[in-house]
Design a binder for this molecule. Structure first.
Ligand code: ASP
Length: 439
């Protein structure tokens, strides 16, 4: 017998229908002993997430606006689930406590955390599992940073006395004040990873509404194939470029304990989803693991004769950018040129001032600015051991008549990043996908 931690996201626990599905999933494998739940998410397009409604209540409270009706919508949703499942949980009593705390001026974090708290109470009753609150177990310091080892210790000793438990995601407490503190949005994924580490799980299952990661965005590549295995490192590259299914901070605790994460689909439980592990060698046909990208970057190209002899030139560029709070994405360079690639939106507030500072402090021969650039990352551990991968990629882009504006390959050789014009973004992704996966 092993131990599996199963975390169910908002859409998997949105109402009674979904909760019956998760019960079937949990009961199908007796190793699924520790269950982490999000707050109820959207039941249909245009519906509200409970967490959003709770934050809205908090904003009303803060501005002394009436929030009774809003809170009633939240109460009604939990009431409906309770009735639907026929469980004995005192929802009215719980909301009386919440209202009282609101009257006393509770924090936005406390209020937001109630979605996970109440949902975990309902799910625990429905499954006949113990309810284990994470308040006091998941610990943050005064600055809101997770106290990883203390949390591990506390979760480990508490969960040792529960053979099966349902645990609310998303929050813990500030170890200094004892007040509730949440992770950033989507943070129940992190709770799941922390629980998995604490109970030394064999696997951390993360149940959501998609069957894992796909090799490309299905809105761009119709019928994109699923990624069956991916390494933490590859995932990080793809997530950074916009492929988001899992909270980024959920990877670290799982990686630390070497626990594979399996992304699964509550609505298609027979699909095996994506397994995320420390290493991924890539199969024989598996040259690339995935493609992801983002639009709307700006490239600032700075030219200066004999730049290569001028020590500290790049440092000065970066210091100026730091002063203007603009992050750089990439810095491709040549002998007498350096380009910085930045997020256009970040640049926009400061564009003129930043350019003026470059002009004044760097004294370049000339500068050029190219807007409407999209970055595309082609990621795969399998790429480094093969010849001709970049040749195939660039040939595919040339054949599709895509003009490449920038190339950057990390020395780890697990990704090749190309900059193309925004208008060619979709076409370029399709061309790369077809070159490697289309056959
Ligand atoms: N309910 C929280 C949110 O919507 C946390 C989570 O679902 O992971 O962000």
């Amino acid at each position: 017998m092993g131990i599996k931690v199963a975390k169910f996201g908002g859409s998997s626990v949105a109402d009674g229908i979904q909760l019956r599905k998760i019960k079937d999933i949990i009961e199908a494998d007796s190793d699924r002993k520790y269950i982490v739940v999000s707050a109820p998410g959207k039941r249909y397009d245009g519906d509200n997430k409970i967490t959003d409604l709770l934050y809205l209540c908090g904003t009303h409270m803060e501005h002394n606006l009436p929030y009774d009706q809003l809170l009633q919508v939240v109460t009604d949703r939990f009431m409906a689930v309770k009735v639907n499942l026929g469980v004995d949980v005192d929802i009215d009593g719980e909301f009386a406590v919440i209202r009282e705390n609101m009257r006393k001026g509770c924090s936005a974090d406390y209020l937001a955390s109630r979605g996970e708290y109440l949902n975990a109470l309902l799910v625990a009753a429905f499954l006949g599992y113990d309810f284990v609150d994470t308040a006091g177990l998941i610990k943050f310091d005064g600055k809101g940073r997770l106290l990883l080892e203390e949390t591990d210790e506390a979760l480990r000793s508490e969960l040792a006395s529960h053979e099966r438990a349902v645990i609310p995601g998303f929050y813990g407490t500030n170890a200094e004040t004892g007040r509730v503190r949440t992770f950033s949005r989507g943070g129940s994924d992190i709770t799941g990873a922390l629980v998995a580490r604490a109970v030394k799980a064999d696997i951390y299952e993360n149940w959501t509404d998609v069957s894992g990661f796909l090799k490309a965005d299905p809105r761009i590549v119709a019928g994109a194939k699923p990624i069956s295995r991916i390494s933490y490192k590859e995932l990080r590259e793809l997530s950074y470029m916009g492929a988001s299914v899992l909270h980024e901070d959920a990877i670290y605790p799982a990686k630390l304990a070497n626990i594979p994460i399996n992304i699964r689909n509550t609505n298609a439980p027979d699909d095996m989803g994506t397994i995320i592990t420390a290493e991924h060698e890539g199969g024989a046909d598996d040259v690339i693991t995935g493609i992801a990208g983002k639009k709307d970057f700006t490239v600032i190209a700075i030219y200066k004769n004999m730049m290569s002899n001028e020590r500290g030139f790049v440092r000065r560029i970066l210091t100026i950018m730091e002063d203007f709070d603009v992050d750089f994405e990439h810095i491709p360079s040549g002998i007498d040129t350096v380009s910085v690639v930045v997020d256009t939106q970040q640049l926009n507030g400061n564009r003129d001032d930043l350019m003026e500072a470059f002009e004044r402090q760097l004294n370049p021969d000339s500068m050029e600015v190219f807007d409407d650039i999209a970055l595309i990352a082609t990621v795969g551990c399998g790429m480094s051991r093969r010849h001709g991968v970049s040749a195939a990629l660039f040939t595919a882009l040339a054949e599709a008549e895509v003009n490449i504006r920038m190339i950057d390959q990390g020395s780890s050789e697990i990704n090749i990043i190309v900059g193309v014009e925004n208008k060619d973004f979709e076409k370029a992704i399709r061309a790369i996908y077809d070159a490697f996966e289309g056959k």
